[in-house]
Ligand binder design. Sequence first.
Ligand code: PXG
Length: 288
Amino acid sequence: MQIYIDGSFYPESEAKISVFDHGLLYGDGVFEGIRFYGGKVFRLEEHMERLYKSAAAIALTVPLDMPALTEALLETIRRNRLTDGYIRLVVTRGKGDLGLSPWNCPKPTIIIVAAKITLYPEESYEKGLKVVTCATRRIAHGALSPMVKSLNYLNNIMAKIEASHAGAGEGLMLNEQGLVAECTGDNIFLVSGGRITTPPISSGALAGVTRAVAIKLAGELGIEVSEPQTTRYDIYTADECFLTGTAAEIIPAVELDSRPIGNGKPGPVTRLLIERFRELTQKEGTPF
Ligand code: PXG
């Protein structure tokens, strides 16, 4: 495995960053998780734009411009001789001292890892996931914008722990008002009466790249999509539910808090979207 750090490539055993890096000391940094399929990177521009926006929001200047960083990412995939896989692109505040001030970090660190990923077994795509509501709330706008894909994932990790303790594949996260935001690493969609809904970004959901793809695919199928404030009641009483994310792609959710969603099996709209999503990932992308 060849890992990119600040302009050079290293084998995994030599790919090291400083223990004084503020990404490690304070979770001060941003990241993206990106997939590539059949020799093409899926929705690369969207991921890049979100990374630069996340960086701007935390007053972090990415030391490479977007074309140069994009080329570094493509070169990392080439060096690893992969055709299908997953990229973790990380920009940290860089090496500083033990104070939390970012002004002691002269140069942000860029890390690019290209590897394989399987988040859920194939069986979960056939049978659907069980989801439970987590007590841990999604980060509030007043604390840190949930739009920022930052290296601070502890609240989502706390929720993920709750979900796995409850034997569920994913955890539902509510915002401070008790409205549905998203899952720990995926956006959530409902199908009710032939229409699709997903919680608005303002609810605390990440502006998921896969979320946008699902909305576009639904539109192409002539299915109406809206973004109303969503409660758990809406999920309990929906016909179908599915989750979207770069790692998870589109995956059915068939149970929330031990209540079956619809008939408790992946529904026809979900299945159709999964099929269309798989076709799209083979067709579109940035070649490397
Ligand atoms: N919400 C949250 C909180 C996320 O972290 C998504 C939604 C889906 O967004 P995208 O843009 O990927 O459709 C994410 C992304 C992992 C992993 O290792 C998690 C994500 C992406 C890649 C890998 O579990 N989450």
